[in-house]
Write a protein that binds this ligand. Structure first.
Ligand code: DGY
Length: 319
């Protein structure tokens, strides 16, 4: 019998598709399996459906065994998977691109507006009983119209942010070698982007070359009034450098959908800052998007188990 391990309860749209063909073993606890539980649960499986919370490395693949035919992640990012190790073992790795583009771009905009207009601060202000009167100088923020948005990484999500920016009358520049200009966005080098942008949105995948791309040097080139938005991966940003830049007002504000590690420990100094918004990795967190992600992940899993080419494969050189 084909053995499948699914590392968490995924939306029924995807799960039911899998159940039409197979009887998967589903980790149905709220918390992900620990490393030990994961290594134990994958033993002998033909297919693994994981989330971004699982580290899928060579050790895990070997613990599963040489019969492992497919690794399908319910995520577009695959930085939690050692794709080279999978390729060496000729295991196709599937991901879920496209379906979360709009939701993640919406989230980047939600964070941009929240930071610009200081919404979480304002909400805390009201709940603390500090709202005594309307005041000409109360909680003043930044305008979007007429400002410049710099997008670092102009892939699907970066472009969807640029599309939304047109409606907000933002000028958009981007840094992304080889990406074509769309939605009125203008390609520039990174230094120009950092010098000119009032908002900087990070939209690159986490890879060796992008780890800590946002470091002290990067932040030092931004405007003191600039707002940084990260909906990519926490590891793209050096959080100590960000803390120093926010604390010293070298930049004005940051809004993070992602951190390193996740969850962010409660003793992180970033949590002490008024000018830093942090939400728990919710870029793709709309019902429709998560349903669609589960379907793509299921389709990849089923294709891999049937020996077919994965509809969305990140290491097609296995074929
Ligand atoms: C992904 O799929 O990589 C996203 O980060 C999930 O929100």
């Amino acid at each position: 019998m084909t053995k499948i391990f699914i590392t968490r309860l995924i939306p029924s749209s995807g799960l039911n598709l899998i159940k039409e063909h197979f009887q998967p073993d589903v980790w149905s606890h709220d918390l992900p399996p620990t490393r030990v539980q994961l290594l134990e649960s994958v033993r002998g499986v033909d297919g693994l459906l994981c989330l971004l919370t699982e580290k899928v490395d060579a050790e895990l693949m070997d613990a599963a065994g040489s019969q492992l035919k497919v690794i399908s992640s319910m995520s577009v990012g695959v930085d939690h998977i050692d794709v080279s190790a999978a390729t060496e073992r000729r295991i196709p790795v599937g991901n879920t691109p496209g379906v979360l583009t709009d939701a993640t771009a919406d989230q980047a905009f939600a964070l941009m507006l929240s930071a610009a207009r200081r919404i979480p601060e304002a909400e805390r202000y009201v709940r603390a009983g500090k709202w005594i009167t309307w005041s000409p100088s109360l909680l003043l923020g930044a305008d979007l119209a007429g400002a410049t948005l710099g997008i670092v990484g102009f892939g699907r999500i970066g472009q969807a942010i640029a599309k939304r920016a047109q409606g907000f009358e933002l000028r958009v520049v981007y840094y992304s070698p080889n990406a074509k200009p769309v939605f009125g966005a203008q390609p520039v080098d990174l230094n120009t982007l950092l010098k000119e942008s009032d908002f900087v949105s990070i939209n690159v995948p986490l890879k060796d070359e992008t780890r800590h791309l946002v470091n002290e040097n990067f932040l030092s080139k931004m405007k003191p009034t600039a707002i940084l938005i990260n909906t990519a991966r926490g590891g793209v940003l050096d959080q100590n450098a960000l803390y120093n830049a926010l604390k010293s007002k070298q930049i004005s504000y940051a809004a993070l959908d992602v951190t390193d590690p996740e969850p962010l420990p409660m003793n992180s100094p970033l949590l002490e800052l008024e000018n830093c918004i942090i939400v728990p990795h919710l870029g793709s967190a709309s019902k429709k998007t998560r349903d669609q992600m589960s379907v793509l992940a299921a389709q990849n899993l089923i294709a891999g188990l049937n020996g077919d080419i994965l509809p969305n494969c990140v290491n097609s050189d296995v074929y």
